[in-house]
Design a protein around this ligand. Structure first.
Ligand SMILES: Cc1cc2nc3c(=O)[nH]c(=O)nc-3n(C[C@H](O)[C@H](O)[C@H](O)COP(=O)(O)OP(=O)(O)OC[C@H]3O[C@@H](n4cnc5c(N)ncnc54)[C@H](O)[C@@H]3O)c2cc1C
Length: 400
């Protein structure tokens, strides 16, 4: 059966840059665009900023360094890192990076430039920061469709407590993590064919205090697999993260794993309780834009003319990647750009690019670019790079 609805949607607001999704990609994009003096609206379907990094209980800000002594990610990525620990860290505090000028300490084992932060504090501190910078935040608001004329989006249709409305836009940043806007706008996209393992990260409180529990680790690349580091999966099923029914099943399975884990831990500690569970599905890779360039993990230490910043490999020491601007957009939809875990990379590179620092790096570039143009294919990349450098970003490995 099909139901045919004819709906007239009211355009109730307009902005220069509409950022869809308030995870680390969207936060960075909104901040960067607002600092360029543009009218920025940030849509978030939850009532909290941070995406997987708060609502998803993923609170380890992975490294800004390459593991052999060089900081590689800068700008808003570093600013958010410092904000996340401005009222103290939960664990992994990198004093060798934050409190010491002794560079010889920066290669210490287990002391990369990473930290575990408190999700509640971070979400409120970052909300304050965005508001102070003039970003308008619309919580509880889902982007559900786009209206296009020719090869540009002219409005994004949203749904929230007020019903269905639209926001007219000059440019749009897709920071939904799942490339939802890419899909609505019919820009080219790819999905993660292997599917995601079940995860059930949660916080608990018991005899040992307040702790992050990490149930469900990601897949290990084939070349790093040994007899001793096989990943135990919670269930024998993979998840695409792109199907409404499947996401509900995934959430219920995640809750069941958490509850079973608590029952098991109560044998030793009858006081233990979960204090915070995810309010968004803990899924790593779903859909991404198929952009003008697709970055691969083999392009380590490669110089790109259009680099917008650098990232490291959180899984091993040494690799540095320059991120080409062309991985953020497709010229099929000229005023749409991606930030966060839905940029244009191969599957092996996706596992590197999906983490928090990389999302912030692409977010800053996407937001800055979105403030400059409504046609990314003709943007003067040197002008963009100039602005990023002014804001503290280092673009090329040779400049470290
Ligand atoms: C189990 C697990 C463990 C991980 N471990 C780590 C780790 O230890 N360290 C690390 O750095 N990274 C880790 N990651 C990866 C990292 O957390 C995420 O990839 C990163 O935070 C993604 O940021 P993002 O902004 O791209 O997307 P998201 O955090 O997914 O943010 C997207 C936001 O958009 C909103 N949204 C989505 N669709 C819409 C829509 N249509 N309309 C409006 N809003 C929408 C969502 O509610 C969300 O807030 C982990 C991920 C998982 C799942």
């Amino acid at each position: 059966m099909k139901i045919i609805e004819t709906i007239e949607t009211n355009v109730y607001k307009s902005c220069d840059v509409l950022v869809c999704g308030g995870g680390f990609g969207g936060i960075s994009a909104a901040l960067a665009a607002a600092r360029q003096g543009k009218k920025v609206v940030l849509l978030e379907k939850q009532f909290i900023l941070g995406g997987l990094g708060t609502a998803g209980i993923v609170t380890i800000y992975l490294p800004l360094c390459d593991g052999v002594g060089h900081q590689v990610s800068f700008g808003i990525c570093e600013e958010l890192f410092r904000l996340s620990v401005s009222m103290g860290s939960e664990a992994r505090y990198p004093e060798n990076w934050l409190d010491s000028d002794d560079v010889s300490k920066r290669t210490e084992k287990d002391k990369r430039f990473e930290v575990q932060y408190n999700p509640n504090l971070f979400s409120m501190l970052v909300e304050k920061l965005l508001i102070e910078n003039g970003v308008e935040i619309l919580y509880g608001t889902y982007a559900v469709a786009v209206s296009k004329s020719d090869d540009k989006i002219n409005a994004v249709v949203i749904e929230n407590k007020s019903g269905r409305q639209a926001i007219s836009v000059k440019s749009v940043v897709d920071a939904t993590g799942d490339a939802d806007i890419v899909k609505f706008a019919n820009a080219p996209s790819e999905t993660f064919k292997q599917g995601n393992v079940l995860a059930a990260w949660y916080y608990s409180y018991g005899k040992d205090g307040y702790k992050l529990r990490n149930l469900g680790f990601c897949d290990i690349p084939d070349e790093q697999k040994t007899e001793n580091n096989k990943v135990e999966t919670l269930v024998n099923r993979r998840f695409s993260g792109l199907d409404g029914q499947e996401l509900s099943e995934q959430t219920i399975m995640s809750h069941t794993s958490t509850l079973n884990d608590i029952f098991k831990r109560r044998v030793d500690d009858p006081t233990i309780v979960p204090t915070m569970i995810a309010i968004t599905p803990q899924i790593r890779m779903t859909r991404r834009i198929d952009g003008e360039y697709v970055l691969d993990d083999k392009e380590v230490h490669t110089y790109f003319d259009d680099s917008i910043g650098m990232v490291s490999d959180w899984r091993k020491r040494g690799p540095i990647y320059e991120v080409p601007f062309r991985t953020l957009y497709s010229k099929v939809v000229k005023n749409l750009i991606c930030a966060g875990r839905c940029t244009s990379v191969t599957d092996p590179m996706w596992d590197i690019m999906r983490v928090i620092p990389c999302c912030a790096v692409t977010g800053e570039a996407a937001g800055t670019a979105a403030a400059m143009t409504d046609d990314f294919s003709t943007l003067d990349v040197c002008e963009l790079q100039k602005k990023l450098v002014e804001n503290g970003v280092v673009l090329h490995e040779k400049d470290l």
